[in-house]
Design a protein around this ligand. Sequence first.
Ligand SMILES: [Zn+2]
Length: 236
Amino acid sequence: MIHSVKTKGLVLQRYDLGETDRIIVLYTQALGKIKAVAKGIRNPKSRKSGHLELGSLVNLVLSQGKTFYYIDSVTTDHYFRHITLPQIEALFHWLKLINSSSREGEINNDFFNLAVFGINASEEIEKKPWLTSLSEIELYSAIGYGLNTTNCVIGHEALKAEPAWLSVAQGGVICRDHIKNQPKSSALPISINALKVLRFLDSEGLKALPNIRLSDEVASELTDFASTQRHEIFSW
Ligand SMILES: [Zn+2]
């Protein structure tokens, strides 16, 4: 008996297979990351074509083969409107992050929701650039690189309301006293306001973020920190 699964999924990557087929890498709600074959999709008459655009959220009916899943039917649940170059760059960046941060066989509904959130954020990159940076920081936390932002990671004392340093390697904030014995190159200076945002993210989660307003300075600190994390975690 062929096992059939209905699920929502995000299109992360696509590559051609044979004459008319395509392999689609998806992050799905029910199965986590999978590779699925879309048979005949490159045939212009295919009903599947147009529903499997990069970054689309789709409703799938899948059947399980020996090596791959097969996409029996697909409809678009939500098509995100990435039109400008910054939006498209932010989308591709996010899809690459989701792909690099997930492994086939792991099912994680929170991660699925985070993946969808980040795609929404990439659509808003020009209006709210900090949303993508904070989504990225949240993603690293979801894969085990969470940050301690309440206590100094060296001395473990509660942090005072003063500028400090943020270290990816040490997994959190280092206070002004304890940074003296640390290699500064591995930590970024962080303002009180940027720290407040990270604490807010920690306690309220991403859902609370779309309504906040950040100064350009804080937004740029968070962007710098997210790219430092990415560089240390993925080396790109
Ligand atoms: Zn300290």
